[in-house]
Design a binder for this molecule. Sequence first.
Ligand code: HAM
Length: 420
Amino acid sequence: MRDLLPGEIELWQHVEGLARELFGRFGYGEVRTPMAEDTGLFVRSVGEETDIVGKEMYTFDDKGGRSLSLRPEGTAPAARAYIEHAINNKEPITRWFYMGPMFRYERMKTGRYRQFYQIGAEAYGSKEAAQDAEMMDMVVQFLGALELKDVTLNLNSLGDEACRPAYHAKLVEYLQAHREELCEDCKRRMETNPLRVLDCKNPTCQAVAAAGPNVLEFLCEPCRAHFDDLQRKLTVLGIKYVVNPRMVRGLDYYTRTVFEFIASHPALGTASTVGGGGRYDKMMKGLGGPDVPAVGFAMGLDRLVLLLKESGRTFTSPPDLFVAVADEGSQDAALALASRLRREGLRVDFDTRGGSLKSQMKRADKSGARFTLVLGEAERTSGQAKLKPMAGGDAIPVALDDVAKTLRAARLATAQAGPT
Ligand code: HAM
């Protein structure tokens, strides 16, 4: 779990701001659910045999003796809220997004944290492939807005209750034949939930899984048609993807479509999956809610930020002006000037400690301010001052009443000149 401080937080705000704006364009409304939920919610949806529920949850009893867990993901809490507020009685299609911290007791490394942040979205009420395609389009546009390149969309279908049993049977038969190569957990999973063997992190289990039966060869006719339809629609939208029949995702609730966005940048190491999701048409009913199909995804905000950092772009906004005080008698006037400029929408830095002009100029330099204005008795009496450009060049004479206007014009000129 980490602290996020100014200097880095601007990157986070940039990503969050883009998501809010873009998801709004697609008709998604924001939901905020509690940080902790009844433990049973995750057991019944994400699945008892998954690493997330089996090993990684922060679970505790509250003072009333209820077992609660810090949310390890956002899909189950959103579904719980959808059911609790009977949203299906209010509208046939619902589009929600969320952003916030999730908690998993994982081994820390670059891009993998115990408190991490997701930006996710869920669409309820449509079982059509068009909904899946629209959702992937939203992620692609999001990554585009972030100017993140080299991210590959991986696609698969896990079938449904009609065709998955046959695949399961074949998988178990295959795993039985390789039983001795599997880790202890997988020997158990093979009996209880064989699909989970496919996302075991143990390299030997991964090798066994890689050579196993291909889920796509077991799809029934309706699942195959849904998958084909999705691929056609992605092509219509100009979205590139690769079909990856080995990808099963680490959560139990998926049926049919699953997808992951994988970045190739070395900065992420093995934590290269920047987002993932899929369809979960049976989950809502399984939780005791209405029979409503759904599809969703979540992006790992920490990982997106890591990639943005690598790109070297900066998102901090330096002050427009540093107000320096030439003499003690001008302190109040400087405070008032800074206040007035801030009220007018400008970013102003001001050292409340006063001190020598030299030390204030040092501070002005460090602040990254574009201009410095020295305010002393002469300026107060004449009502005239100078804006000193910190990057060098001639000082601009300015009436104290016109400082805001001049700084705004300077801002505009920089914006029009484009990034330096
Ligand atoms: P997930 O694949 O478990 O899916 O997580 C989504 C994303 O969260 C991952 O691709 C990764 O970028 C990020 N993430 C996961 N664990 C960590 C971690 N420990 N540290 C940093 N980032 C992490 C879900 O959570 C599903 N709820 C997605 C979904 C929504 N499916 C349907 N609707």
